[in-house]
Design a protein. Structure first.
Lengths: 251, 317
């Protein structure tokens, strides 16, 4: 545990005490700002029961953020250490592979969640400035939204860690995780695009869809099946990462 | 009697299609300073990486302080301080911060890591630069940061992969001195392809070539073994012919090579028959013949010669 905390601290420092960290933060801020700009016109029409967080999920910027920022956040986790050689000093210290993988993953996840914090601020601002007293703002949906973002984010971050562990080059790591991330995102849309499907295919694609499982969170519902879905995907990618890290000892 | 510090039995390491270490065995006793000597690509780093549990061997067993490097990697890693080739460091961290991080990683508690970091910074003369960012330090300082990291948990065995590469002569001397000092308390295994380095720092040497260990002995012994008949060099002032005739008739002298240097002075290089000590004899001859002498010395071979000699005989076989 002590080793894990030491490593986590180091990971957080590498995210927050670096220029690239702030470049990512500003990129996220910019895209979040765009997404709010995109949302505002949609809110000016007739009153609707749709929670605002749901509208947010539907903006293209949300997915852009998910798909574009996570590879950049995770690309350095393993690839950077491998290319500079510090991976060797790290792995020859008495640390377990699992601790290393988990510290890198959770460090990136914490950083990821922090970059999303301004979103809450936007919601509060919207609530302040809306002139309809009846427009209710349920902070609990915001919490479940964050939970949903965190869970979806952990899938993408574990995937990014896996890609980073595969390569020595940060560029390849980023491209790889972007490619894989985009693939599972497009698979999620398969049920709707190009033509809405019916029957068992639709069921399967809905079942493995990242977006479908996110819907409930935006409505304020925490469903265990969704939790299990995201957590098992994350677990799967972390398991793969662990195996890649271990593989240096069986090659 | 304690088990040896390092015990390598029939170690083989194969990278896809390429044999890096070929079925080698060696032991390193506690308290030795051992130099692993070989040209680039001889398999030095591979052996050190296996010893430090970074890579696994293809076959064979490797034990460090009695623990197997594969099945008891944690125990082994707790007991070694390893500085990899090119000394990778987190360049964005400060010296103290980095050493503290490493100490904590190696399982030291808060106050213990505090004390040890102070101690190793003192030992490696890093105290004045403790607040500087590692990326901004000179190579000599970085090397010492790497050494301090290897030492911070007071390991039984210190493994250094090319510790002096890329240092200027002053830094070189400092780092070598540091290694020598460490050798009094710790067992050290270091690799290098610079031959005088082994002579300067090590008590034992393992010579490695193309994945095989060609020689393993004390540094002095190795000298003696290979150059039993080391040449004797003397500078005399006499006619070349006189010298030639005289030495050719002496039964003790096997070969004799005379070259003229400045003025009347000649440099005579001789080897003796059956490893006899020639120097007192030469002195006596010079007196008898009334040849002025200005130098009489034993041609000391560098390990470079040892190395060339060993690799050459290997090829001939």
């Amino acid at each position: 545990m002590r080793v894990y905390l030491t490593l986590l601290r180091r990971e957080l420092a590498s995210h927050f005490l670096s220029l690239s960290g702030y470049v990512i933060v500003s990129m996220v801020l910019l895209l979040l700002g765009f997404s709010i700009m995109d949302m505002l016109p949609k809110l000016q029409g007739e009153p609707t029961d749709t929670p605002i967080t749901r509208i947010f999920y539907a903006t293209v910027y949300f997915w852009m953020l998910m798909l574009l920022t996570t590879p950049v956040m995770t690309m350095r986790t393993f690839a950077h250490e491998k290319s500079t050689g510090t991976f060797e000093t790290l792995m020859t210290a008495p640390v377990s592979d699992l601790e290393v993988v988990f510290a890198k993953f959770s460090g990136a996840l914490v950083f990821f969640m922090v970059t999303w914090l301004p979103l809450g601020g936007y919601m509060v601002i919207l609530h302040e400035y809306t002139n309809q007293a009846s427009a209710s703002f349920d902070y609990r949906t915001l919490i479940t939204t964050y939970l949903g973002i965190g869970l979806l984010g952990s899938v993408y971050i574990s995937l990014g860690c896996f890609a980073s562990a595969l390569s020595r080059s940060q560029l390849i790591a980023a491209a790889l995780s972007y490619g894989m991330g985009l693939t599972i995102f497009l698979l999620s849309l398969r049920a709707l695009v190009p033509i809405p499907m019916a029957g068992w295919q639709a069921k399967i694609f809905t079942f493995i869809s990242l977006t479908e499982h996110l819907e409930d969170f935006s409505r304020g519902i925490i469903d265990t099946s969704n939790l299990v879905f995201y957590l098992s995907l994350t677990g799967f990618f972390l398991f793969l990462t662990l195996k890649v890290v271990e593989s240096r000892r069986w090659k | 009697m304690l088990e040896p510090m390092i015990e390598v039995v029939n170690l083989t390491k194969r990278y896809s299609g390429h044999l890096a270490v070929a079925n080698e065995s060696f032991t390193v006793e506690r308290g030795q300073v051992v130099g692993l000597l070989g040209p680039n690509g001889a398999g030095k780093s591979t052996i050190l990486r296996i010893l430090s549990c970074f890579l696994a061997a293809t076959s064979g067993t490797v034990r460090v302080a009695g623990y197997d490097v594969f099945t008891q990697a944690d125990e082994v890693r707790r007991r070694i301080g390893y500085m990899p080739e090119n000394n990778p460091l987190h360049l964005d961290m400060r010296v103290r911060e980095y050493l503290k991080f490493r100490a904590r990683l190696k399982g030291l508690g808060v106050s213990a890591s505090h004390q040890r970091v102070d101690a190793v910074m003192e030992m490696c003369s890093l105290t004045e630069v403790q607040k500087r960012i590692i990326g901004q330090l000179s190579k000599g300082f970085r090397q010492r940061v790497g050494l301090a990291d290897a030492l911070v948990h007071d390991p039984e065995l210190i493994i250094l992969d090319e510790p002096t590469i890329g240092l200027d002569p002053n830094q070189l001397r400092n780092v070598r001195q540091l290694i020598k000092d460490l050798g009094r308390k710790h067992t050290i295994l270091l690799s290098t392809h610079i031959l005088p380095e082994v002579e300067a720092t090590c008590s034992h040497v393992l010579i490695l070539h193309q994945g095989r260990i060609l020689a393993s002995d004390g540094t002095d012994n190795l000298h003696r073994k290979i150059f039993q008949r080391s040449p004797v060099v003397t500078e005399l002032s006499a006619a070349t012919n006189d010298l030639q005739e005289f030495f050719a008739t002496q039964p003790e002298v096997e070969t004799c090579d005379i070259i003229s240097i400045d003025g009347d002075w000649k440099r005579v290089t001789m080897t003796s028959r059956e490893g006899l000590e020639l120097r007192p004899q030469i002195c006596q001859w010079a007196c008898e013949q009334r040849w002025p002498m200005r130098e009489l010395t034993h041609g000391r071979h560098t390990l470079e010669d040892v190395f060339v000699k060993i690799t050459r005989t290997e090829k001939e076989e």
